[in-house]
Ligand binder design. Structure first.
Ligand code: AMP
Length: 113
């Protein structure tokens, strides 16, 4: 069964796409927790961090290069922002398709709940 993110990647479900390339897509989170909240999603489905094989581990450098682009594009680089992966049940992951949250536009507290 396709994940919500696969449906968005395949343009079967609409989303606000702010960046796309051959390997990844960046969308606005539908339920933002801050003024700027984006999801960086690899097009290939990895359930979680553990699902990424050593052959595919380079996907992280790609995703982090996309984060650099997006935070510059969205003017988050000056004041800072947070990058989060909710991984697995205890990590609070709700969609089993690895994704990286970019959260910014306000001061964020620590620790998270
Ligand atoms: P996580 O809890 O880390 O798995 O995050 C899943 C995120 O996906 C949540 O922040 C949701 O608000 C977001 N989300 C769920 N459905 C959609 C959608 N159709 N478009 C954009 N974001 C979504």
């Amino acid at each position: 069964m396709k994940s919500i993110f696969e449906k968005i990647i395949d343009h079967e479900l609409s989303a606000e796409i702010i960046y796309e390339d051959g390997l990844s897509i960046v969308i606005k989170d539908i339920n933002p927790i801050s003024p700027k909240h984006f999801l960086v999603i690899p097009k290939k489905k990895y359930k979680n961090i553990e699902s990424i094989s050593s052959n595919d581990i380079h996907i992280f450098s790609h995703l982090f290069s996309i984060i650099q682009k997006v935070v510059a594009q969205e003017d988050l680089d000056e004041n800072g922002y947070r990058v989060v992966i909710n991984n697995g049940e205890y990590g609070g992951q709700t969609i089993d398709h690895l994704h990286i949250h970019i959260i910014g536009g306000r001061i964020l507290r620590w620790p998270p709940g």
